[in-house]
Write a protein that binds this ligand. Structure first.
Ligand SMILES: C[S@@+](CC[C@H](N)C(=O)[O-])C[C@H]1O[C@@H](n2cnc3c(N)ncnc32)[C@H](O)[C@@H]1O
Ligand code: SF4
Length: 377
């Protein structure tokens, strides 16, 4: 690949804070459950050193968004977060309207902590509610109760000034349609800006995978999705991505940059980056173990995106955006379209899976998104 011009490609920053109280049996993220006194200061040092040495990847750009994800970032003291955001603003790395998101588990949603986070520059909060139904939370073996979940959204919705999203999971063992409907209605009653709604995936390498679990059949899952969509629509929430719903234009800038094929720099154990240079696009992963990362924060495993897999990589991201991107938007984001990509696009249009005028799945194409994406393989 050539003439890619990284300076014109938007970039965001992801910071992975890996600690959790316990590992949830369905979780496949890079998590560590052994946080000791002093560990967070050591991780802070490593993250700041990593940032310092990442200039070559940033190429004089400013971050359009920053995302503190985990793990459970809310197990970290707000002082550490403030030192990271201070370093970013001292280095003039933040866009003036930068979205700075932070993930919290419900038990840590407390007024004092939230105020400290806001003082540190956090302007968007993501709470891992999963469900308001105690039975579902118990099936997921979560370490918070339905009371904790309700209390968390009550506290956050009393703070008018902060943009909020919550995560809900559906398709859990023994979860009923009524329980999903109740969860969505509860979410809507708080009038929050955003919802991420994930179907439970039983990932290999998780405890759930080793058990003989029975999740609801496909037709029940489809019904859950249909009913959830109806309620969300009647409450003026619209879907803008496979798992994401919002109202009043509060799409996640950070996630839209991933799906819009922007660059991102990942700091912290196991964090992923996608970085464009003049002639290549490379995906990089940091060392996964906390101690290894602290000892060697700049070491990465790199995979270059080749002309062979570029089309699929691009389609997998862009086609998640429900409204797609017009050719004008693609030009603005400086996304390179190969000849092969354009001919596959034409094929998708002929098969009624894609629409003309940009890169957008048709209604049918969005319903069968895997098939649509596979046109680009
Ligand atoms: C990596 S977690 C981090 C947030 C926080 N630690 C938590 O769990 O609440 C981000 C979100 O991914 C979702 N998630 C994690 N594992 C999942 C799985 N196997 N299937 C579906 N969603 C999952 C959950 O909704 C979770 O809130
Ligand atoms: S709290 Fe979140 S990140 Fe931690 S183990 Fe559970 S799902 Fe994974």
């Amino acid at each position: 690949m050539k003439n890619l011009n990284p300076k014109k490609i938007p970039i965001s920053l992801y910071i992975h804070l890996p600690w959790c109280e316990k590992k949830c049996p369905y979780c496949d993220f890079n998590v560590d459950v052994d946080k000791q006194n002093g560990d967070e200061e050591n991780l802070l040092k490593a993250i700041l050193e990593d940032l310092e040495k990442s200039e070559k990847y940033i190429s004089n750009r400013k971050f359009s968004s920053v995302y503190f994800g985990g793990g459970t970032p809310s197990l970290i003291s707000s002082k550490i977060i403030e030192q990271i955001t201070k370093a970013l603003s001292n280095k003039k790395l933040l866009n003036s309207n930068c979205e700075i998101s932070f993930e919290l588990n419900p038990k840590e949603v407390m007024n004092d902590y939230l105020n400290e986070l806001m003082n540190a520059g956090i302007n968007r909060i993501s709470i891992g509610i999963q469900s308001f139904d105690q039975k579902v939370l118990s099936s997921l073996e979560r370490n918070h109760s339905s009371m904790d979940a309700l209390k968390a959204v009550e506290i956050i919705s009393s703070l008018n000034s902060i943009n909020t999203t919550i995560d809900l999971i559906y398709g859990v063992m023994d979860q009923t349609l009524e329980s999903v409907i109740k969860d969505i209605n509860t979410f809507c009653s708080f009038d929050l800006e955003h919802l991420s709604m994930y179907q439970l995936t039983i990932e290999p390498n998780t405890i759930f995978y080793k058990r003989n679990l029975i999740t609801p059949p496909d037709n029940s899952i489809e019904l859950m999705e249909i009913e959830a969509k109806k309620i969300l629509k009647s409450n003026k929430y619209y879907q803008y991505e496979v798992s994401s719903w919002t109202k009043n234009g509060k799409e996640s800038k950070h996630n839209m940059n991933y799906w819009g094929y922007g660059d991102y720099l990942g700091l912290g154990p196991g964090a992923h980056s996608k970085i464009t240079t003049n002639e290549s696009i490379t995906r990089m992963i940091k060392l996964k173990k906390v101690k290894s990362y602290i000892d060697n924060p700049c070491k990465t495993t790199n995979t270059e995106i080749t002309t062979k897999n570029y089309d699929l990589d691009l389609a997998m991201n862009l086609l998640r955006i429900k409204e797609g991107l017009t050719f004008d938007e693609i030009n603005k984001r400086n996304i390179y379209l190969s000849k092969t990509f354009l001919s596959k696009l034409e094929k998708g249009v002929e098969e009624n899976l894609l629409e003309r005028g940009g890169i957008k799945a048709s209604d049918m194409g969005y319903k069968f998104l895997n098939d649509t994406v596979n046109i680009f393989s």
